[in-house]
Design a protein around this ligand. Sequence first.
Ligand code: FMN
Ligand code: 173
Length: 361
Amino acid sequence: MADEPLCVDDFEALAHARVRAEYWDYIAGGAGSERALAANRTAFERAALRPRILVDVSTVSTATTLLGRDLAGPVAIAPTAYHRMSHPDGELATARGAADAGALYITSFFSNHTMEDISAAAPDAPRWLQLYWLHDRGLFGDVVERAAGAGYEALVLTVDTPVLGLRLRDARNSLSLDPETIPANLTAAPTLLTTRTENSSAVSAQAVQAFDASITWDDLAWLRERSRLPLILKGIVTAEDARLALDYGVAAIAVSNHGGRQLDNPIGALDVLAEVVAAVDGRCPVLFDGGVRTGHDVAVALALGADAVLVGRPVLWGLAVGGAEGVARVLGLLRTELERVMALIGRPTIASIDASAVVLR
Ligand SMILES: Cc1cc2nc3c(=O)[nH]c(=O)nc-3n(C[C@H](O)[C@H](O)[C@H](O)COP(=O)(O)O)c2cc1C
Ligand SMILES: O=C(O)C(=O)c1ccccc1
């Protein structure tokens, strides 16, 4: 079959043909001139793997552990908003696909199904909940308090989005949201549910209305009082903030530039990974996202010190192409590609992919 997707990029082309143009621009786009978006990919082109030979790779295992949870592999689903833009079954399909693939699913707070319904779609699968700090502390506290009971095993506070990046594609499209694409966790606050604005993006309007840009490190204690779940901060890109995060007792750090959607930075996410890994110095797991598209990319990020990687857009491409099955296939592809790369570089376990496996050109 000529159309059979054989790599993640094949899914992108197929998904593009299926997703409405304005939604596609929201998913694909970056901030400003999209330099950060492009840099996330070009950074990987500067990293080369260093294969070792005559190692027994007759058995290769991608199995790993994160915060005490055994996972089939080191590739997890990054939190992305509004999955019904990609498929009518939205996050329910994503949850089933993730469970089939044995992958951790970090559910976006801005999901089109409630966090409880998403959990119920795949009850025993590993799942974390991503949070945006809301102006509405009542609503925010309620969400935080519900998370553990709904089966979420950790909270991921996104810290790179006090305001939304300048998404020119969305502004030019006057991006509006259909009723089925409203954030289901926020229906108690209808004033946050703008679906249409003149000459600007409704997504951006929702973020402006909802996000509290005043929070600082000391507010983390407030979160802690409401949930005993481990806390991960997502969007750390400097050694200074990595050290502060450790001082504040985080369980893990996610190095990310939000898929190039926030600051229009000429440096790729991968370029800052080593700085954060050095500052963390093994004291907590480090996750990485931004531009991971192949098993080779996964191996590079692990060699540079990440404990696991997250994929954002590729999961949405799989979702658009084949619902739950498409999500599982994208994740499965990345895992089998990683297995092949591990064999080819003579590193048969995740732990054996150390700094000697990569060189930056
Ligand atoms: C359509 C879309 C929506 C996103 N929504 C969220 C979100 O709700 N919360 C969040 O923390 N990050 C969000 N992100 C950022 C991702 O979690 C992740 O950092 C990024 O997509 C990784 O880059 P990649 O798409 O190149 O894999 C979003 C990204 C995309 C593409
Ligand atoms: O688009 C995004 O990157 C994003 O994180 C987001 C999530 C919810 C509302 C608005 C933006």
